[in-house]
Design a protein around this ligand. Sequence first.
Ligand code: URA
Length: 273
Amino acid sequence: MTFESPPTIQQLLAFYLEAGVDCALADEPLNRLADPDPVPAASPIASAKPPIPGAPMPTARADKTLPPEAVILSAREAARTAPSLEVLRALLESFEGCALKSTATRLVFADGNPQARIMFVGEAPGREEDLEGLPFVGRSGKLLDRMLAAIGLDRSNAYIANVIPWRPPGNRTPTPQETQICLPFIQRQIELVDPDVLVTLGNPSTQALLGKREGIMKTRGKWFDYDTGTRVIRALATFHPAYLLRSPSYKRMAWQDLRAIAKALERQSASSS
Ligand code: URA
């Protein structure tokens, strides 16, 4: 951007919008390039009070000053110690190892019924989710709700979360490092919810959780085993609703996937009754 005279507010806003900056993070500006505190505060994850009285204290240290490998290790360590979803959420609230937290408005942990037999996992929250603190509440969320309704599901009998629990600025794609840091938390969340069926929505979630290298066109509609370490869960990959909004012709295939999910749930009910 080059201006001969100082830019107008409109020009500045247009510049920010183009760069993906579409909302204010705070009322006061904050110079994130200024020198950090000479004496850094203790890592919140190390200094936090037990998130829930009686819960084990996480021992992992995780802050942005650690090398990425150490942050990933400490995320794994912290997530492993969470005995419940409440503790896991509190751990994430105090986790300082992922830079996305500092630009997001709030944590987007999950929505739906933690007792559900089916769990859906998307990529990362968008603008609406960031404002409300709930996954899939924007346009693609409305489509996801309609997809669930088509097979008799809603948020009272399904559980919904994301691989990344903080909105990447301007909805940019999370970096592989950010995904690796957040992965242990969603893996532990799946283990704690312990659904009979796991559905990965879109490529990033499918690749991160099911370790697939192929794209969603190859993986969708297929069943995979998801091993939590304590149990193997049946997992199906399907299109992300945001993709279906952009490419409605794939809704037919998504419908086939939904029918396969409904059948798997029926079969599970029949075999457990
Ligand atoms: N896209 C996602 O992957 N997750 C959300 O919560 C919203 C949009």
